[in-house]
Every structure is written in C-alpha cells, then in structure tokens.
Design a protein around this ligand. Structure first.
Ligand SMILES: *Cc1c(COP(=O)(O)O)cnc(C)c1O
Length: 403
C-alpha cells in the first residue's frame, strides 16, 4: 500500500477518468498533497488537530466478554470514540487543512446518508472555510436530521434532482460543480474512490487508524500483532487505513461488504466517478443500485486499491446479510456495552459467523475496526423492531426473552 505514482494505478484499477476541464485540478491537487505530505510542519499540524479536536489517538479495547464467548481474542479499534463519531473526521480534517494550505476558500462534498456531509461541514467550520454539500433529494427527505446538522454547522445543502436522486447522482453533481469553481473550491471526497490522487490521498489520511492500532496491538498481544484484521467496506476508507498498518505483516486482511453492495464478489471491472474498479453493473454496463441496511455501505463501487488487493489475493472481501448485521449490533451492545454503527457491525458480523471455523480457529486473535458509533441508527432500529420484517432478533428482545 505504497505511493501509486503519477498514474494513480493499483494493478489494473484506479487511474483518472475525468473531463479534460478537471485534469489540471486533479494535477494541482496531486502536487499540493505530495508537497504537504512531505512537509513535517503540515503533518505535525494535522496530528495536533486530530489530537485536540478529534480526540486521537482512539483506544484499542479488548472485548473480554465477547472474546470468552467466541473462544478467541477480540480487539476493537475505537473510531466510534472520535469527535462526530466515525473515522470520517480523519479524512475531512486532512483534506480541509490541505485545501486551506492550497489557498482554497470552499469545500464541496457529496453525501448519501449525510455522515460525510456532516463531517465536511464540521471541518469547514473549524477551519473557517465555506462548505457546499450535494445531496440527493430522496436522501434529504430520508435524512432530515443530518440536513439540519449540516445547516447548523453553516453549510449549504444543494438538492440533487437527477437520476435516482441518491448518492451516486450527488457524486456526479459534485464533480460537475467542481468544474465551474476549481480556483476557489476543493472537492472533498469521502472515501478511497474518485480520480487519482483521491484513493491514495484518502488512504494516507486514514492510515493513522492502522498505525495507531499496530502499536497498540504490539502492547496488548503476546505475539505482537493480530492473526486477522477486519474492517467493513463501503468505499473502503476505514478498511484501507486499517490495512495500511498491517499489510507488511503476515496478518490476514478481511474487508466485509454488505451482501447488497458486494462490488468485489458480484461486480465487474468498469469506470465510475473518475476511476476504474469493480463495479456493480448489469450486462449493458449500467450501474446498479446498491442496497444495504446501512446507508454508509450503499455504494455500487469499491476503492480501486481494494479491487487490486483482492486481485493479488492479499485481502479477502466476504459479505454479510442485513439480518447478521442486526444480530451483531445486539451482541456487541449486550456483551460489551458498545452500540456500533450498522456499517461497523458488518465487520463484527463476519467475525461472529467465522468464529470457531477454520476461518477463525479457536485461540486466534482478531482486530476489528469499529468505524463508528450507532447513535445515528437508533430510529432505524426502532422502525425495524416495529415491523419486525428483517429481524427476529430485535423482536425476541422486545418481548424480553433472556439472551
Ligand atoms: C461512511 C461510513 C463507512 C463506510 O465508508 P468507508 O469508506 O468504507 O470506510 C463505514 N462506517 C461508518 C461508521 C461510516 O460512517
């Protein structure tokens, strides 16, 4: 997981597929990032902001009761404890500080569920930048509270009325918006996707998760590193940051996708939003909608570096169902007193399924990145319990059956 050079290629994936008018902006960003990342003063300033404003370093917590139940050693990297409640803050603070260093005055962002929009609005407010967030009209209706949060933080939310009026349309619109205001605006991409240099740059801004965890695991585990490292994958930024800390060890790397958004196992090579990767598409190359219980994983593509890590066999990308995810939320809540985000619960759901099988034999050690906290999912879990359609587990609990 090194520097992909000026082409931004990861094997047969990645690259830069943008209109001519955006090529200079991508090149300017690449050289701006290269200079900043090589500048110890920028790195120190970012580290300081992450410590003072975002609450880094986050702990690695041994999940003692759940470990005992599963017969293995389970460690949790606690991105749920950051300011704003997920790993997204690491990336947006990095990009906002870079934008400011490059003389930009405005951040543009796209958002689906609103989480990247809220994080971008937070970083913009902290650094005194304007913020414009593109959001599908349908998503705006579904995520009213996050729209309000962004506005509270001083951002302007632009309703996108094209296509399915969801995340992929918002991405397209944000790229279009950027073309018209490249001099003053920075486009703040929310995951390890988009044209070069974004997949590489976002992975570097998330690398802090894996590097902290590597040191913390060294202090907690007798053999110094976990046997298996697991993270959920939407675009793949929390997984990329986590994997970057362990890719040079012999730890197995597992990225867990949503069954309805499994771009690695069910996708095919294609170009989406400026980069080449595995993409969910029909036989005519039309992009398919992804479906998942967690809005943060509702994306039809995956970061190009993950597609490459799967190609070369360095990482595996299984998928889990919505029902397994709800079970995982409940299990962690009841055994450890931690309510994970639905996204993060995908990683845990795979561990619950694999524990005690040759995939995760008894006695092994597993690091799971808990990418975010579950407070945001409360209303959705209440609705699931009400209709009981997807989750027997929640219904059983409502009836008070002891677990
Ligand atoms: C956005 C989000 C994700 C998915 O994004 P990645 O780029 O795949 O990390 C996962 N977990 C949480 C809590 C999120 O908010």
């Amino acid at each position: 997981m090194a520097d992909p050079g000026s082409t931004g290629r990861f094997g047969r994936f990645g690259g830069r597929y943008v209109p001519e008018s955006l090529v200079p902006a991508c090149e300017q960003l690449e050289s701006g990032f290269r200079a900043a990342w090589a500048d110890p003063a920028f790195r120190a300033g970012l580290a300081r902001t992450l410590a003072l404003h975002a609450g880094r370093p986050t702990p690695v917590t041994p999940a003692l009761r759940l470990s005992a139940e599963l017969g293995l050693t389970l460690l949790l990297k606690r991105e749920d404890l950051t300011h704003t409640g997920s790993h997204k803050i690491n990336n947006v603070l990095g990009q906002a500080m870079l934008a400011k260093r490059m003389g930009k005055t405005r951040l543009l962002a796209e958002t689906g569920a609103g989480q990247h929009g809220v994080a971008s609005a937070t970083a913009a407010a902290l650094l005194g930048l304007e913020c414009v967030v593109y959001m599908g009209e349908r998503d705006m209706r579904r995520q009213e509270l996050n729209v309000f949060r962004m506005e509270l933080l001083g951002a302007t939310v632009v309703a996108v009325r094209n296509g399915s009026r969801t995340l992929k349309d918002a991405c397209t619109e944000a790229l279009r918006g950027w073309v018209t205001q490249v001099d003053e605006a920075h486009y703040c991409v929310g995951s390890v996707m988009g044209p070069h240099p974004y997949p590489w740059m976002v992975r570097e801004f998330q690398r802090v998760v894996g590097e902290e965890a590597r040191q913390q695991c060294a202090a907690l585990l007798p053999q110094g590193r976990p046997d298996v490292v697991v993270a959920c994958v939407g675009g793949g930024s929390n997984a990329a940051g986590t994997f970057a800390g362990f890719v040079d060890t012999d730890a197995r790397l597992v990225g867990v996708e949503a069954a309805g958004g499994a771009a690695v196992s069910r996708g095919a090579p294609g170009v989406l939003h400026g980069y080449r990767s595995q993409v969910l598409q029909d036989e005519h190359g039309q992009i398919l909608e992804a479906h998942s219980i967690s809005a943060g994983l509702d994306y039809p593509g995956i970061g190009p570096e993950h597609a490459h890590l799967a190609d070369i066999g360095r990482a595996e990308y299984p998928s889990v169902t919505d029902a397994e995810v709800v079970e995982a939320v409940l299990r962690l809540a009841r055994t450890e007193g931690i309510v994970p985000a639905l996204e993060s619960a995908h990683a845990l759901a795979w561990v619950l399924r694999a524990a005690g099988t040759p995939q995760l034999p008894t006695g092994c050690s597993v690091l799971v990145t808990l990418s975010g906290r579950g407070d945001k999912d409360g209303a959705q879990l209440v609705a699931l319990r009400r209709d009981g359609a997807r989750s027997g587990a929640l219904r059983r609990d409502a009836a008070g059956t002891p677990r």
